[in-house]
Ligand binder design. Structure first.
Ligand SMILES: [Zn+2]
Length: 264
């Protein structure tokens, strides 16, 4: 049976002199593994070898479970949907590769998530345009895009963390605006615990050994994501570090790309 779908390549491995094994995240079918026979031949019907983030319409012959599908057609999306210029900025590329790695690890074959597909596509498009408009590419903007994608990935895979109140006692994390010296106000003292997937307040933290203390600014940003856009680099890095630890706990291993994002 032939299936047509919109797809983004999230992994590409050389299989032989002429063929590649690809992982696609498709909009309506979910993640699939496929072999592209002859994709590396000079006159390949696919228009050349696939690269990570190749994006367009694919047709594939579905296989039985545990076997690779066979790719039969590829029609690249036009214009702004060409992500080859992500290569021009290493940090942007690494953030997009990190997003792809997490997407691959947190989704299952043939488990469709159309909203997550749209979010991932938007992430790549925003990263691409933000990199091509400003020079040098604004790393804060790219980090913000990565954080937002990571949070939507957690949400769409059923792992949305609780970021608006203490998981244990439900006390709110959002401080009153009139308070100026946030750092001394104990109501700002919040922690994150991977084991309960969310925030823990000062009164409850003793019972959660895996908690990580968060700065008031990070708590603010996490409970109101619009604040990420104006956040300082150290706050964004704190949040990204937290999310990386959380993904490490969730997956049982540190994601490979993590070290390229938060290197000092
Ligand atoms: Zn509490």
């Amino acid at each position: 049976m032939l299936t047509k779908d919109t797809a983004i390549c999230i992994r590409a491995i050389d299989y032989s002199e002429t063929s590649q094994i690809l992982t696609f995240f498709t909009r309506d079918t979910g993640k699939i593994g496929a072999i592209a026979k002859g994709s590396k031949r000079p006159k390949s019907s696919f228009g050349g070898p696939f690269e990570i983030f190749s994006y367009g319409k694919i047709v594939f012959a579905e296989s039985n479970k545990d076997k690779l599908s066979t790719l039969t057609e590829f029609e690249p999306a036009l214009g702004s949907a060409d992500f080859s210029s992500l290569n021009t900025n290493l940090f942007t590329l690494n953030c997009c590769l990190f997003g792809a790695e997490l997407l691959n690890k947190l989704t299952h074959d043939y488990d469709p998530h159309p909203q997550l597909f749209d979010d991932f596509l938007q992430f790549l498009q925003n990263a691409q345009s933000s990199t091509s408009i400003k020079h040098p590419a604004p790393s804060n903007d790219i980090l913000t895009l990565l954080i937002l994608f990571q949070l939507s990935l957690l949400k769409e895979t059923g792992l949305q963390p609780v970021l608006s109140h203490c998981v244990n006692c439900k006390s709110r994390s959002r401080p009153e605006r009139s308070r100026r010296d946030a750092s001394r106000d104990t109501r700002y003292e919040f922690y994150f615990s991977s084991s309960v997937n969310g925030l823990i307040c000062r009164d409850c933290e003793a019972a959660f050994p895996d908690k990580i203390r968060l700065s008031p600014k990070a708590v603010n940003c996490l409970s109101n994501l619009k604040l990420l856009a104006g956040a300082k680099e150290n706050t964004l890095k704190e949040i990204e570090k937290l999310l990386t630890l959380h993904f490490t706990e969730t997956l049982g291993q540190k994601p490979k790309m993590a070290k390229y994002i938060l290197s000092p």
